[in-house]
Every structure is written in C-alpha cells, then in structure tokens.
Design a protein. Structure first.
Length: 102
C-alpha cells in the first residue's frame, strides 16, 4: 500500500529529528576557530574518518528529507485532485485505519 499523508509526515518528522541531532555536530564545528578545528578533527586519521562520516550522514539525511518533502507535496496534490474530481477520499487510498493490537 502506498504511504498515506500521515505516514509520510511521520517519516519526515523522524528524518528531521535525526538531522537535528546530527547538525548539532556541524554547529559545534562552526563555533571552532580554524586551529581548534584542525586539532579536533584532522590531527589523526581516526578523527578525519569521524568527520568524513558525520558530514556524509548529514548530507544523506538532508537528501532523504528533501525526497520526503517531495513525496508529501505529491500526496497533497493527489488528495486535492481526487477531491476536485469528487472521488471518495476514504477508500483506503488516502486514509489507513489503525487497529489496536492489545
């Protein structure tokens, strides 16, 4: 089943939270002087690898976030289009009913 608008927004919030956590790392770097940055992140190969992985993760999360924003936009257009065409919006295409498992 395709994602509902709510499901997409849930995924987007999750990615945003991961991004927020990872961007704290970038904000920390921004507060450093160049000398402090060199000492903290380029003094050893291990530190360089940590920096490389962190920047890569930030880029990957930003890409995922942008993909999800596009999916949310597409879903909103689909819902509006179906509503304009007087289609029933509650046929499982746009709403997925939840059930309790307890």
């Amino acid at each position: 089943m395709a994602d509902t608008l709510g499901g997409l927004i849930d995924k987007l919030i999750t990615i945003d939270m991961k991004m927020w956590t990872n961007q704290e790392f970038l904000y920390e770097i921004r507060r450093l002087t160049f000398e402090e940055f060199k000492d903290k992140y380029t003094a050893t190969e291990e530190l360089q690898l940590k920096l490389f992985e962190a920047v890569g993760k930030c880029c990957d999360l930003n890409y995922q976030r942008n993909q999800l924003i596009d999916e949310v936009d597409e879903k909103v257009v689909e819902i509006v289009s179906d509503a304009v065409e007087n289609e029933d919006l509650d046929l499982g295409k746009h709403i997925q009913r939840k059930h309790k498992t307890y």
